[in-house]
Design a protein around this ligand. Structure first.
Ligand SMILES: [Zn+2]
Length: 283
């Protein structure tokens, strides 16, 4: 029997960063994979690293570029079906864009959850992945993706196995050091262009992003598909060209990015401990 995996992601590029390896692995195994992308990503960078609000940033042009990038990422990952919910990007927490009536953040949860439930009823995925209640790192669209997924699960007639994407605390320490370095370099580059910006708030001051290593409940070896994951990240050039992932180059990426982690939330198959197969219990 073909199994079905479905992930609910906030923006074009999230499918590649947190589930890229898993998607390609399951495609190679012949399973059905579905991606639900909630927003169009209007408030990502415009090409050249131009930020929202800066001259040369047209949110609708950014959305159009990201539409093509998502198509190429989906192809690299062998995703069977892509569903775009088409909500407007809400921007970062506290931005006025949060209140745009078309923004995902201001869409009633019930309304978006019903649209997601329609897809779940069609696909009947055994396994679903989304973010935790903090949206992993506090972005309103990620929090809303979590909320509509939890609400949609109440609207269907069976219980799938739900995982949240996760990073073990030990790995998070290493990643944070890289991010901080990346942020410092970005601010230096902006200063050189005469742009002065408040540093982004540090989400770790409000909640812990890492998951204690011994609570990780799925550890997936994706070493056989790191090239495809790299291709998917590279497809999102407008957002990720400057990311530490692409900057490390293919060889280092292959060496260090061979694992994806998840935290089990619902457990209809009565699994215990840390599994190596996201479909554990179903095959
Ligand atoms: Zn995102």
């Amino acid at each position: 029997m073909t199994l079905t995996f479905l992930a609910v992601h906030a923006h074009p590029d999230d499918e590649a960063t947190s589930t890229g390896g898993l998607y390609r692995l399951l495609a190679n195994e012949g399973e059905r994979t579905v991606l639900v992308t909630c927003t169009n990503g209007e408030f990502g960078d415009a090409p050249g690293g131009i930020k929202p609000g800066e001259v040369g940033h047209d949110p609708d042009v950014v959305a159009e570029i990201r539409r093509g990038e998502l198509d190429r990422s989906v192809e690299a990952l062998g995703i069977t079906r892509l569903v775009r919910l088409g909500y407007r990007d809400s921007g970062m927490m506290g931005w006025p864009q949060n209140n745009d009536p078309h923004a995902f953040w201001s869409t009633p949860v019930d309304e978006a959850a019903e649209r997601l439930a329609v897809i779940l009823r069609e696909e009947r995925p055994q396994v679903i992945v989304t973010y935790n209640e903090h949206g992993f790192y506090g972005h309103p669209d990620h929090i809303q993706a979590h909320r509509i997924t939890m609400a949609a699960l109440e609207l269907i007639d069976y219980e799938p196995t739900l995982y949240f994407n996760a990073i073990p605390s030990s790995v998070m320490l290493i990643m944070r050091a890289r991010w901080e370095e990346e942020g410092r370099l970005e601010r230096e580059a902006e200063l050189a262009r005469g742009v002065v910006r408040e540093p982004d708030p540090d989400p770790e001051e409000e909640f812990e992003m890492g998951t204690p290593d011994d609570e990780i409940s799925a550890t997936i070896d994706v070493t056989s598909v790191t090239d495809a994951k790299y291709d998917a990240l590279a497809a999102h050039a407008s957002q990720l060209d400057d990311s530490f992932w692409l900057k490390m180059g293919r060889d280092e990426f292959r060496r260090v990015m061979g694992t994806e982690w998840y935290w089990r939330v619902t457990n209809p198959e009565d699994l215990s401990g840390n599994v190596a197969d996201i479909f554990a219990g179903y095959r």
